[in-house]
Structures are given as C-alpha cells and as structure tokens.
Design a binder for this molecule. Sequence first.
Ligand code: PRP
Length: 175
Amino acid sequence: MAHTVGRVLVTREELVQRVGELGQSLARDYPDQNPLLVCVLKGAIVFFADLIRAINAPLTTDFISVSSYGTAPASSGVVKITSDLSISIEDRDVILVEDIIDSGRTISYLTRNLHTRHPKSLRICALLDKVERREVEVDLDYVGFTIPNVFIIGYGMDYRGLYRNLPYLAALEAD
Ligand code: PRP
C-alpha cells in the first residue's frame, strides 16, 4: 500500500509557538545549572535543534541513539542503545529530549539506564505525548502537545525513513 502526507495536525507556526514556550519553561527552571540536554536520535533532532535555541540560559548537549525493540515485538520492551552518550552524566542535571512518547517503553528504559549513571537530576521533555498508547507508566516533565492515536510524520518523525524534513506535523495517509 502506498502512503502519503495526510492532514496537518500541528502547523509550523504552532510548533514555533509551543517550542518557544517550552524553551522559556526550561530557561526558568534551569537558569544557571548548565543542564545537559540529551537528544534521543533520530526522531528528536528537529525538535532538539529548535528547543535548544529557544532556551536563553547556558546548557550543554549530547546525543544518544536507541533502536526501539529491534526485531522483537514492541510488547517485549527490548530497547538497545546503538550509540551512547559521549560524556559522563554523573552529578549533572540531565534532560532527555524525545520527539514522541508512545508505549513509553523507550523512555522508560532510557530513564532506568541513565539513573544507574548517577545524574544529579533527570527529567523528560517530549514534544508529543500519544497518551492513548501508553503501556508503561512514565512521568513526563515537559510536554509540547498531547496527540491522538494516529501515525505522525514530519518535524523529525519518519515513515520508513521518509518525511523527517517536513516542517510541520502531519498524519500519514494510506492511498
Ligand atoms: C520513536 C520515538 C521514541 C519511540 C517512542 O523512535 O523517537 O524513541 O519511538 O515509542 P515508545 O514510547 O513506544 O517506546 P523510533 O523507533 O521511531 O526511531 P527514530 O527516532 O530513530 O525514528
């Protein structure tokens, strides 16, 4: 079945507005702690790039890459770190930046993993919360939008590697 870009769910202007607000919240909460913002690759790259520029406070960045479930079914909850952080997070204020929280398994695994490295604090900032799909309880500290259970593409999010470059969020539509 062929797929295409469906209806726009969040426009470019709405993204600019909301990401700006999230940046202001983070700058207010971390005025001088130099938090470490961790981008969870690949989907979060576009959000991350906009978010850090909306935070008017000192901060540091790093990147982590995970493969959700590999070949295992999603229900197995097996998450693998395919490329790890480049610096120590010990005694740092860490903010994990995700594009979307779906079942919650990826962020739950990452949170548990990073806690073993003894950060001073660990919070989660997610652009999208697909709350209807949650299988694992997670506490999200900063959320851009709560969204319905539709397949989202654009603004970093893909379908089979495509559409990450769309500057807005859309639903994937089957032809
Ligand atoms: C997406 C997203 C999260 C995860 C959320 O990543 O970026 O990491 O899925 O799903 P969950 O809450 O059910 O665990 P994806 O596997 O699409 O990889 P990508 O970011 O590299 O596109």
